[in-house]
Design a protein around this ligand. Sequence first.
Ligand code: SAH
Ligand code: SF4
Length: 422
Amino acid sequence: MNVAESERMAGQLQKIGYTLTENIETADLILINTCCVRATAEDKIYGKIGEIKKYKLQNPALIIGVAGCLAQKDGENLLKHAPHIDFILGTGRRGELASVVENFESKRRQFVDTSNVSGLIDDENILPIRAGSVSAFVPIMYGCNNFCNYCIVPYVRGRERSRLPEEIISEVKETVKSGFKEITLLGQNVNSYNGGKTFPELLREVDKIDGLQRLRFMTSHPKDLSDDLISAMASGKNICEHIHLPVQYGSNKILQKMNRVYTVEKYLELVKKIRAAIPNISLTTDLIVGFPGETEEDFQATLKFLEEVQFDMAFTFIYSKRTGTPAANFENQVDEKLKHSRLDALMKLQNKISLEKNLPYADKVVEVLVEGASKTDKNIFTGRTRQNKLVLFPHEKENVGDIVNVKINQIQTWLFKGSVVV
Ligand code: SAH
Ligand code: SF4
């Protein structure tokens, strides 16, 4: 979501005469778009803000802005910590970026606005400057109403609001026309999209767009992933066989304490239904270890749960206490060392499962959307399968954006290696 929003902010800045630069030392404006979902993200940003002070000392005309979730959360306090920041723009004011910058250019007065957190986002008509040329993110909704007890997102991104289907469809059409092959529809919980159509209805509409080759979406909350969504996916033309379905934990006691409003049994039932309808689906998830009150028994239940579900991949996080969320005040916070050792055990098990899930792909031919040269070797190209598996292969004649058939000859935990077949 932050990548998508940064692209839209870059679009706003372009309208008032700025262009993107690779060279931070010569920049006229540095805008940091921030995340605060975990303390580690915050620490990184505070470090970065400190680091860029030197550029301001070298060039006092440089404008430094901070936007996004941490700007929303810490507002004025960020200025106290880093007086070299020129403006702070909360999430509900992102659409005002261009006028804030223009104002600052003329008045040179420090500015903080964190109001309107649940307001409409009025950057719809700004053409984003997209990273890459193959795969594009299109936000369909902003905010979140779920209030999972550990999570800061509803506080810093406000209540759920959906973009109109016409706007989304026209953005997708525009994006596909300009050469993008893959679209990922974005929202904190796409299943509760309510812009006048349901999410499955929207997905079917987008799926019909000419020239679109792959359609993905993120993220689905298990509590309201509907049968209709499953059937839209099963009968879709370009909807990829991948669902990211964050479970967060594998014991009912902790799920309830997290306010996730589903049970382990309900989740397993959902997985069964999805796999029955879409047999070649890949299923990925998010997991949090060390939530307050977690016992060894809860943790063992989660390991057992992972064995049972057999996720293709999991993003694993250590619980991070977020001031202002209910869980920050829960009793029995888990010791840091124990959190780390549980994370290690969780990752070890999931890595074993991920590798096992990948083994059946050996010697198979998969369809890969070519993304470009690998960062470390320009003779090796990378791309993804419809199941979102990363594939590396020696570059021959293919172009970025092509869909090619690759025969897999090496299986690893997080990627495949293979060669193009004609
Ligand atoms: N809306 C999405 C996720 C947004 S945040 C969803 O519900 O799936 C992305 C992930 O960060 C979450 O799935 C969760 O696993 C993790 N996360 C959120 N708050 C966290 C916290 N306080 N500590 C650790 N991980 C957290
Ligand atoms: Fe956070 Fe839960 Fe909303 Fe996801 S659904 S953003 S985890 S509150």
